[in-house]
Design a protein around this ligand. Structure first.
Ligand code: CU
Ligand code: CU
Length: 346
């Protein structure tokens, strides 16, 4: 009787202990880092500000989630970049990609070296959690030594009486090594857009590395002429027929954040990635690809994870010539091109 009683308590104690260890591993494993603007006062409308953090490079960290801290009244968009070197040594700098370079203002790009977009927020988008067990590796044994936060302040009425802002992102991270690393590949083009016409800007690349990637999110980016941006996985079957699988397609004037892909089937060695931007110009002059608002961009970002090992060496899939370069006049020409589907929104 006495022993039984003791055993019961011992058992109960053990169960409580195991439970505590378990919840500890689960909930305290993931920590948060507040990566916020250092109380800045945006001094003009349409301002882009950047602020950096240097990652401790003695340890590897795995970012598993991005929790935004802003509202659409304050910030038009936020972008998080991973870099080897930041664009400036200053704590805050003007990093307007689209700004017309007035001689009064010094502007620097977000990153000086190895730019990678890791997260994008707009329009009160909720938190982005990467799939279970997936993380962006930063710090030791990663090219990402700095993180740079860019905030676009479009309207500055609320700052006119001296209020400051600390918009930013709570980074959810863990030090526990994760096998599934997240990466981003950017498909885009250079080139020109003809006046008073519709132009297709297309890129295509073959996955030549011996890796399988699992796509999970995509983002599109153009300035103002983009009507549709679409991305596909293209796989040639035994009969030489290209099977096109849509990854994501959207009107690039909708908030330019990461959205879940339409199809999460893995992309293997030998598959192609293809993107098209349908640009409609009512301008009477040629529009070039470039950084300002008068220029255009044609970008499709694909976020993915790999089962094991490192992410793709291929970070970009760029067609630098731009049009006239079309999916159908490659040497290794593509077939079954979903011409209509790639340029319409339904
Ligand atoms: Cu913006
Ligand atoms: Cu742009």
């Amino acid at each position: 009787m006495f022993i039984k009683f003791n055993l019961y308590f011992l058992l109960k104690y053990l169960i409580v202990l195991i439970f505590l260890i378990f919840t500890n591993v689960y909930s305290h494993d993931v920590e948060k880092y507040a990566f916020l603007m250092p109380n800045v006062i945006p001094y003009r409308p349409e301002l882009y500000l950047c602020t950096p953090i240097r990652v401790d490079t003695f340890n590897s960290y795995y970012i598993v989630g991005f929790e935004p801290n802003s509202t659409m009244e304050t910030a038009h968009h936020m972008l998080l970049y991973g870099c080897e070197n930041p664009g400036s040594e200053k704590p805050v700098w003007n990093c307007g990609e689209m700004a017309k370079n007035s001689e009064m203002e010094e502007t620097y790009t977000p990153c000086k070296k190895s730019t990678q977009i890791m997260y994008a927020w707009a329009r009160d988008a909720p938190m982005l959690k990467l799939p279970e067990g997936v993380g962006f590796k930063v710090g030791a044994k990663s090219k990402i030594k700095y993180l740079v936060l860019q905030v676009h302040y479009a309207n500055i009425n609320q700052f006119q009486d001296g209020n400051s802002d600390n918009s930013g992102i709570f980074l959810h991270y863990t030090k526990r090594p994760l096998d599934k690393l997240a990466g981003v590949i950017l498909l885009g083009t250079g080139g020109k857009i003809k006046p008073l016409a519709t132009t297709h800007m297309e890129a295509v690349c073959t996955l030549t590395e011996n890796k399988t990637i699992h796509p999970f999110a995509y983002r599109t980016h153009t300035h103002s002429l983009g009507r549709v941006v679409a991305g596909y996985r293209v796989r040639e079957d035994e009969n030489g027929i290209d099977q096109w699988t849509l990854l994501g397609k959207r009107d690039p004037l909708t908030p330019q954040m990461f959205y879940p892909v339409v199809d999460t089937d893995p992309i293997r060695k030998g598959d192609k990635l293809a993107s098209r931007c349908t640009m409609v110009s009512a301008r009477t002059t040629i529009t070039h690809i470039g950084a300002t608002q008068e220029d255009e961009m044609c970008n499709f970002y694909l976020m993915y994870w790999v089962d094991s090992g490192s992410t793709l060496d291929m970070k970009y899939c760029f067609n630098n010539q731009g049009p006239p370069f079309y999916w159908y006049n490659l040497d290794d020409r593509l077939n079954r091109i979903p011409d209509k589907d790639a340029s319409s929104l339904d």
